[in-house]
Design a protein around this ligand. Structure first.
Ligand SMILES: Cc1cc2nc3c(=O)[nH]c(=O)nc-3n(C[C@H](O)[C@H](O)[C@H](O)COP(=O)(O)OP(=O)(O)OC[C@H]3O[C@@H](n4cnc5c(N)ncnc54)[C@H](O)[C@@H]3O)c2cc1C
Length: 497
């Protein structure tokens, strides 16, 4: 019989890689299996027109400082960069009475807000977006009592109640959709705006709470990036894992997970299929398992493990959202002036654009602009909103390129002919699930309880931690830490006895 691996990690997204490193650093033998041919999940890159670009995640939230200290630990601190402070714009249906149904406007996103919620409802940049009527209605929030009993849950419902439909539709919804791919109505306040509920009780109004949160935030940009792209992050973790002799098996899918071994030496048996292997009945044995897949796959793997997991599959898990990213490299000197700051967030009601957001990559990141040189620009458009069919599903690449070019021209206010396109790429992210939806904390808590009742098992990943590296990395560090403590404890006991 072969000796079991100490720790088997299922899934080589950032969560799996981070948890694996925690275990490998203390000398445990670690193997990672990954169903696809690549590690890092949506933290990935591609080369387009000779430029190395991110094809998924392109930044990290600096809140909490965990990502920054993890990056420092990997020796990448010198590569950390801040984006252009110009900020993003909004693309919205026109408000003016008498404008036609298909008229739209582009305006800068007001500066002093949280997720689009204004801290100063009467400020000029807010009035420009929601008009006087909208600003006065939003100001009414300051005059309303705050209910201190119970907490608010739906971001959208709450914003509408306190500040009115214009703040919701024209400010908060485009930001929510751009960041979480989900309507603000379905987002859980405590997950997407931690501290807002508490600040509300203290400040006595929503706009007061927003101002308090902004005042308490550290100075500087609230996101960072990496010189060379975020794809450098998984590459650096893999280099560290190689240093610790961690085995990474790509093209290897975990099909099932079962208890094995003896009472004295319990193990897990993980049945795997390998893409290049004719034998589907391959089994890996490990003393500890960390499941770091997306939600549906994780639930399928753990469901047969015991009664504690039975109820989990019945919970109201959000359906995965498919996001299509299109990247265009353009010859467009007109874009040297960055006409829309770092990019544009699009209202779902905008009559003339299908994309939900555009990032002007060469305006946002100086290192990309430098690599591209004057007149050459990179723009990235994303398509797909939660709960709606992805509008690009039936489009061939040529049709998608034409749509992206049309949307980019409209959003940037610059004519971009087909001849300006130097390169085009389409990237599909099929499981871009938004775990920030209503009930997320309760669902994550139930999973945590079931896992806590299952020795030698951990589960981590964005579906439990919350979307984004600032949530995923700390969650994975904790999962890895619990396993390494348990494993070292067992090793010491065994050696002592
Ligand atoms: C388009 C896009 C842009 C984003 N932009 C940002 C951003 O700018 N900043 C930010 O902080 N976050 C961003 N995010 C979110 C962030 O990338 C994710 O939250 C994070 O990468 C999720 O990591 P994870 O390890 O939890 O999951 P994943 O990366 O999805 O990893 C799960 C892995 O498990 C593998 N797997 C599944 N089933 C099995 C199985 N049975 N056996 C073996 N392997 C399996 C999968 O193939 C996958 O590689 C973005 C996400 C998307 C989709």
């Amino acid at each position: 019989m072969t000796t079991p691996i100490d720790v088997l990690v299922i899934g080589a997204g950032v969560a799996g890689l981070v948890a694996a490193r925690e275990c490998a650093q203390v000398g445990l033998s670690v193997t990672i299996i990954e169903a696809t041919d690549a590690v890092g999940g949506p933290v990935a890159g591609h080369v387009l027109d000779g430029l190395s670009l991110d094809s998924g995640a392109e930044s990290f939230a600096v809140r909490g400082g965990t990502v920054a200290s993890f990056i420092e630990d990997l020796g990448l601190t010198d590569q950390v960069v801040a984006p252009n402070v110009a900020g993003a714009w909004l693309h919205l249906p026109a408000l003016k009475p008498g404008s036609t149904a298909d008229a739209s406007v582009s305006v800068p996103l007001p500066k002093a807000g949280v997720l689009g919620i204004p801290g100063s409802p009467l400020a000029d940049d807010v009035r420009r977006v929601i008009g006087w009527k909208g600003s006065l209605r939003a100001y009414g929030d300051r005059l309303m009592p705050v209910l201190t009993i119970g907490r608010e849950h739906s971001l959208g419902d709450f914003v509408k109640k306190r500040m009115g439909a214009r703040v919701l539709d024209r400010l908060v919804e485009p930001v929510a959709s751009g960041v979480y791919t989900t309507s603000a109505v379905d987002l859980e306040i405590d997950v997407v705006a931690p501290g807002l509920n508490r600040a509300l009780t203290t400040a006595g109004s929503l706009s007061g709470a927003v101002s308090a949160l902004r005042a308490g935030a550290p100075a500087g940009s609230n996101v960072g990036g990496l010189l060379g792209g975020m794809a450098c992050l998984p590459a650096a973790i893999v280099a560290a894992l190689e240093h610790h002799n961690v085995t990474i098996l790509t093209g290897t899918t975990a099909e099932s997970l079962a208890h094995s071994g003896t009472d004295d030496a319990p193990t897990w048996a993980v049945a795997v299929t390998r893409r290049e292997d004719a034998d589907p009945a391959d089994t890996l044995t490990a003393r500890y398992v960390i499941v770091a897949t997306q939600g549906a796959q994780a639930l399928r793997l753990v469901n047969p493990l015991g009664a504690q997991f039975d109820a989990l599959a019945e919970l109201d898990w959000p359906a995965p959202t498919a996001v299509t990213l299109t990247s265009l490299v353009l010859d467009a000197p007109e874009l040297d002036s960055h006409p829309r700051g770092t990019g544009v967030l699009v209202s779902v009601d905008a009559p003339d654009v299908t994309a939900k957001a555009l990032t002007h990559v060469t305006a946002k990141w100086a290192w990309v602009a430098e690599a591209a040189g004057p007149g050459r620009h990179v723009v990235r458009l994303s398509y797909g909103r939660a709960g709606q069919p992805n509008p690009t599903d039936d489009l061939g690449d040529d049709e998608l390129q034409a749509l992206a070019l049309h949307d980019a021209s409209t959003l940037l206010g610059v004519s971009l002919p087909a001849s300006s396109v130097r390169a085009f790429a389409r990237t599909e992210w099929r499981d871009a699930l938004s775990p920030a939806t209503l009930g997320a904390p309760e669902r994550a808590h139930q999973v945590r309880e079931a896992v806590a009742a299952t020795p030698r098992l951990e589960i981590t990943g964005a579906w439990l931690a919350g979307t984004g590296l600032a949530s995923v990395i700390p969650h994975a560090l904790q999962a890895g830490d619990r396993i390494r403590h348990a494993a070292l404890g067992l090793t010491i006991t065994a050696a002592d006895s």
